[in-house]
Design a protein around this ligand. Structure first.
Ligand SMILES: [Fe+2]
Length: 278
């Protein structure tokens, strides 16, 4: 799953072009970056050059949004070839995508959509996750998503995640904000949730902040990390034996003061300095 000796990359940011200048102006406060894989798969010269500039200064990990591992039928082999090429070009230590689907047949849904949680479907997804991992030649991590509608299912979300990653022998990208957002909207205990998933498979964490829309908390990636997510981080931090990287996600409402984002990085770094004895 994760290679022994894989270094700790540290605490960094999801790269967004709007943040480029601020990131380089404060690069000493950022350990690593995560880029959206699909923005670099086609490898147009401008993107290749941007990736070169980023990699010259930071360790960079790729994070996909369009694999659509839950879509019925075979995976897109052209996409896997492109992803494998990107992994080699970036010398990426792992790659990740979401435990969701974004396509039904040829229809693009336009958002990360939760899967039907049956044992049969968990096995089908696990087979594909193992295929991705073999194809790209580095550990593959699946991320837990937010969902706003839920239906009774054979497996709980935690059971479904566990079945998939253990059958596939792949890693987890644990988005703690997604756990918190789902726990609020679907009324479950986030501490019980994290106790029920294989934390030893978590290679990377995501942290972010959301916003209320009526009675629903929405994972907008537009606000500082909320206190409840920090508490959840404190709760799990010393049980993440495979953790190599923490990424703060911010997609909109970029603050005028970049220090607001850096404060969240500092707090996460302090947490892991304590755990790692730094
Ligand atoms: Fe995330």
């Amino acid at each position: 799953m994760i290679r022994a000796g894989q270094p700790w990359l540290g605490v960094g940011l999801g790269y967004r072009q709007d943040l480029h200048d601020a990131i380089f102006a404060r690069s000493g406060s950022i350990d690593c970056l995560e880029v959206i894989s699909e923005q670099y798969l086609a490898a147009a010269p401008a993107q290749r050059e941007r990736l070169r500039v980023l990699r010259e200064r930071f360790p960079v990990v790729p994070h996909g949004i369009e694999l659509s591992i839950g879509t019925a039928g075979p995976l897109d082999l052209q996409y896997l070839d492109d992803l494998a090429r990107l992994v080699v070009a970036m010398d990426a230590p792992w790659c990740s995508d979401h435990l969701s689907f974004t396509r039904a047949g040829d229809l693009a849904i336009g958002q990360l959509t939760p899967l039907v949680r049956t044992r049969e479907h968990a096995t089908a997804v696990a087979v594909k996750a193992a295929q991705v991992q073999r194809h790209v030649g580095v550990p593959f991590l699946l991320e837990n998503i937010t969902y706003y509608l839920d239906f009774p299912a054979e497996l709980s979300e935690a059971e479904f995640i566990t079945e998939v990653v253990e059958q596939a022998d792949c890693g987890l990208l644990l988005d703690l904000t997604n756990v918190f957002v789902n726990s609020v909207n679907h009324h479950f205990d986030p501490v019980e949730f994290v106790a029920a998933i294989p934390l030893e498979r978590v290679v990377q964490l995501h942290l972010a902040g959301g916003q209320w829309s009526g009675d629903t908390l929405v994972d907008t990636h537009s606000a500082p990390v909320p206190e409840q997510v920090w508490q959840l981080l404190d709760h799990v931090a010393d049980r993440l034996s495979s953790l190599r990287c923490v990424i703060l996600e911010r997609d909109q409402e970029f603050p005028d003061e970049f220090d607001e984002l850096l404060a969240d990085l500092t707090r996460a770094r302090q947490t892991f300095d304590l755990v790692r004895g730094g």
